[in-house]
Design a protein around this ligand. Structure first.
Ligand code: PLP
Length: 431
């Protein structure tokens, strides 16, 4: 058994001070039981907790650390920026460089606005879509997560799903009425919503590859059909690429699938581990954002000098080293195929979904194409597996409904370590 006494003591202190003892719900380990691991430091693929235990990281801060922890290229950029100012609240050269990089890397981005989180990016993007179209309603998919803005906490994924609260208390009926939901990968359901709400739908927002109910890819042709439907009905198509942006390809899912959204929301990787988000897209839509246009959106710390230093450094590195994506795909395919094969050898024909450097092992033998499928997973067996992996020094997302994120720091040797632990843990979870 791992010695986690310092983590346990800190969690006790935290619970008296912070709701549930954590600053973001999924960190509390509620769905897998036990207490969270408090972290001390990290380098490359490895995390070290406050008791000195070490783990190979397959969460990577839920996505941002695509180059692993403490990459020199990002740390050096932050160190260089540090003495100049922690915040100006005035424009800086680096914000311009960041916008130029984003425009170069992300298809369809003609103008972009920096914010501080993925939540802000998504909230702002739908406000702009509403201003631009003069319509009120949005369509989202069950199990997709777009941050904790009121409009999105209807049939939400991620922590909301893990906690059994996909529809949050505190969201007014009025707001909820403006959010229409459909099952992911169900084009007929989307068509029916549009038909039932003629000229009322401002935006359709989705994760082009879902990471927030576990990893769920779009069905063949699904994204293209949504693109056509939105064009036909004057609906702003928003790809939420907070997870997938700069991860599935340099230009995210838009590049991978060859489909252009009208707006795209970004987060995680774009800040290199510091708080950054962004939304951007067609110039005629983005020109509605204040002070150019009538849709208000602002931020005291937006474009923060340290956050943009980290972001520019990480994005530039990805831009200049495209072979990283091949490396990530190869590593992740070994992990995903290996997991699938081990499960099958043990008579567990579990579903493993993978796209690029994101993958999930679902504890169900049926295909997982939407939220109802994902919910067929044996979450009790997942919880036992999670703890067995943790004991073996493998740090996974503490929920069946999350994806794993692979970084460039995962070597062949670490893939082998993961697969050995996976076999032993699957056996332990089913004994
Ligand atoms: N959109 C997606 C697809 C996400 O996965 C997340 C967070 O996990 C968000 C939006 C919200 O981002 P943040 O947690 O930075 O507010």
């Amino acid at each position: 058994m791992l010695n986690q006494t310092t983590s346990a003591a800190l969690f006790d202190r935290a619970k008296a001070l912070i709701p549930g003892g954590v600053n973001s719900p999924v960190r509390a380990f509620r769905s897998v039981g036990g207490g969270p691991v408090f972290m001390q430091s990290a380098e490359g693929a490895w995390l070290t907790d406050v008791d000195g235990n070490r783990y190979v990281d397959f969460i990577n801060s839920w996505g941002p650390m695509i180059l692993g922890h403490a990459p020199a290229v990002v740390l050096d950029a932050v160190r260089e920026a540090l003495p100049h100012s922690l915040s100006f609240g005035a424009p800086t050269r680096r914000e311009v460089e960041m916008a130029e990089l984003i425009r170069e890397m992300v298809p369809g981005v003609e103008k972009v606005r920096l914010v501080n989180s993925g939540t802000e990016a998504c909230m702002s993007a739908i406000r702009v879509a509403r201003g631009y179209t003069g319509r009120s309603k949005i369509i989202k998919f069950e199990g997709c997560y777009h941050g904790h803005g009121d409009a999105f906490l209807i049939a939400a994924g991620s922590g909301a799903l893990t906690m059994g609260e996909p529809d949050s208390a505190g969201v007014t009926e009025g707001v909820a009425l403006d959010t229409l939901t459909a099952p992911y990968n169900d084009l007929v359901a989307v068509e029916a919503l549009i038909a039932a709400n003629p000229n009322q739908v401002a935006a359709l927002i989705l994760e082009p590859v879902v990471g927030n109910m576990g990893l769920v890819p779009p069905a063949q042709g699904f994204l293209q059909s949504l693109r056509e439907l939105c064009t036909q009905h004057g609906i702003v198509l928003i790809f939420d690429e907070v997870m997938t942006g700069f991860r599935l390809a340099r230009g995210g899912a838009q590049e991978l699938f060859g489909i252009k959204a009208d707006l795209v929301t970004l987060g995680k990787i774009i800040g290199g581990g510091l708080p950054v988000g962004a939304y951007g897209g067609r110039e005629d839509i983005m020109n509605w954002v204040a002070p150019a246009g009538k849709v208000y959106q602002a931020g005291t710390l937006s474009g923060n000098p340290l956050a943009t230093a980290a972001g520019v450094a990480q994005l530039r590195y990805l831009h200049e080293n495209p072979s990283i994506y091949e490396q990530l795909n190869t590593t992740t395919t070994r992990l995903a195929d290996g997991t699938r094969q081990i499960a099958a050898e043990l008579g567990l024909h579990y579903t493993v979904n993978q796209v690029g450097s994101m993958f999930s092992l679902f504890f169900t033998s049926e295909p997982v194409t939407n939220l109802d499928d994902a919910k067929k997973s044996d979450t009790a067996a997942f919880a036992r597996y999670f703890h067995a992996m943790l004991e073996r020094g493998i740090y996974l997302a503490p929920s069946q409904y999350e994806t794993l994120f692979v970084s460039t720091a995962i070597t062949d040797e670490l893939v082998d370590k993961y697969l050995t632990a996976c076999r032993e843990s699957l056996i332990e979870a089913h004994n």
